[in-house]
Design a protein around this ligand. Structure first.
Ligand SMILES: NC(=O)C1=CN([C@@H]2O[C@H](COP(=O)(O)OP(=O)(O)OC[C@H]3O[C@@H](n4cnc5c(N)ncnc54)[C@H](O)[C@@H]3O)[C@@H](O)[C@H]2O)C=CC1
Ligand SMILES: O=C(O)CCC(=O)C(=O)O
Length: 388
């Protein structure tokens, strides 16, 4: 029986994917965590833990290096909530161009006998502009950014995308109407609207700061629905005070953003739709079952991808450092145990590697001894034995 531990609200439809080999939230000694935004940086992991599946895109809440050293595979669910974020960004583009929040707040407090007279007089304050023909810069053109770019283009906007690491797969999803910027400044300088859709990491922290804001045109609208810290909020507030930035909308609040008419803060709701939550939980559940039952890896964020159908009834998987002679040592340990290798596959990702070995014969009583021997090889982080 495999044990699953969940954190945050995980959609029931996702939990329903687990078959009767799985128990949910029965013990802390879990084989798998299925999580959303919980911060795991200060948590130690139980020895039993083999996989963390993040239902969603961002994985900056997970200590990846520590997880790798503990032999834990970490996955996200790419694209599962991208449409939810896209629809929210499109609504915010419209809301900012039509002063929707201010106009609605005005009407909420406008009452009395002469209401229609006052409305007709005051509505000029809320006159907006149209999105068609305006320029949108999309920074990060992955799952979310590409959908935002294509939808904005369909609304008649000129869209400029900036993504120095764009994968060829992702490029297939971008409309030919999107202009590609070679530098961040090139994307920002003509934009009436800027939206940021990058992962949070060392490189992207402060990606939009004082200098980048200075490159933008007067009156620009900025959206940060990626992560707090990717836009430097202090710099954004200064640009708002100088009436250089017209509005700033973000999913990630901070005290300096409070009580301002030119800021809209939403409570991290970018991926909060029924559909996105079901997609993420379902994809996460399938990722967990595949990894626990077959060892196959797709969409890991700390291990290399490696998918091989079972070639024999038994499979040994090893997570280890990507250094010379690891495969040699593993093969020698198996040979010393008198075990013949049916098939062996290995893949590496930076300084970590993953090896899967399929075997015809493995006596039950030998499992523990073999795991012990393989685990003792220096630089091996995790050994598992699976049966087909
Ligand atoms: N507010 C919310 O609830 C949600 C927030 N997010 C955030 O949005 C981020 C993006 O999500 P997805 O599009 O699904 O991820 P993704 O991984 O599909 O796309 C991210 C893109 O950013 C690009 N990128 C990386 N560094 C860059 C840089 N320095 N400059 C420009 N582009 C860069 C990558 O090449 C990639 O194409 C997530 O990492 C997450 O933090 C995602 C979903 C919901
Ligand atoms: O709603 C959630 O779980 C968070 C969505 C998110 O921020 C992400 O997927 O990166």
């Amino acid at each position: 029986m495999y044990q699953i531990k969940t954190y945050n609200a995980i959609a029931q439809a996702g939990l329903d994917q687990f078959n009767d080999q799985y128990q949910i939230n029965k013990t802390n000694d879990a084989d798998a965590y299925l999580i959303r935004s919980v911060n795991l940086h200060d948590e130690s992991f139980p020895k039993s833990l083999k996989i963390i599946a993040r239902a969603g895109a961002g994985f900056n809440n997970i200590p990846l290096d520590r997880a790798t050293k503990d032999g834990i595979a970490v996955f996200n669910t790419p694209g599962s909530n991208a449409n939810a974020v896209k629809e929210l960004i499109i609504s915010l583009l419209v809301a900012s161009s039509r002063n929707l929040f201010d106009a609605a707040a005005y009407s909420a407090h406008n009452s009395g006998a002469d209401i229609s007279l006052r409305t007709e007089h005051d509505k000029t304050k809320f006159k907006g502009s149209e999105l068609t023909g305006k320029t949108l810069a999309v920074v990060g053109v992955g799952h979310v950014g590409s959908l935002v770019a294509n939808a904005a283009s369909a609304l008649g906007m000129n869209v400029i995308g900036y993504d120095p690491y764009l994968s060829s797969d992702a490029a297939w999803h971008i409309s030919t109407t999107i202009t590609r910027a070679r530098t961040l400044d090139e994307a920002l300088k003509d934009a009436d609207y800027v939206t940021v859709h990058v992962p949070k990491n060392e490189e992207t922290t402060g990606l939009i700061g004082k200098e980048q804001l200075a490159v933008m045109k007067d009156g620009v609208h900025l959206f940060n629905y990626s992560r707090g810290g990717i836009v430097n909020n202090q710099a954004a507030v200064e640009a708002l005070d100088a009436h250089h930035l017209q509005t700033y909308m973000t999913d990630f609040g901070e005290d300096i953003l409070l009580n301002r008419d030119d800021v809209v803060v939403t409570p991290h709701i970018g991926g909060s739709t029924d559909e996105a939550e079901v997609n993420g939980a379902t994809q996460g559940a399938h990722t967990i079952m595949t990894y626990l039952e077959t060892g196959n890896i797709q969409n890991s964020v700390n291990l290399p991808n490696l998918q091989v159908p079972f070639q024999a009834p038994y499979r040994i998987t090893l997570i280890h450092k990507n250094i010379p002679n690891m495969v040699g040592q593993i093969a020698t340990a198996l040979a010393n145990a008198g075990i013949n290798i049916e098939s062996m596959s290995n893949a590496a990702r930076k300084d970590v590697a993953y090896t899967m070995i399929d075997l015809d014969n493995l006596k039950n009583e030998e499992d523990n001894k073999l795991i012990d021997t393989l685990s003792k090889i220096d630089a091996v982080f995790r050994v598992r034995v699976l049966k087909h």
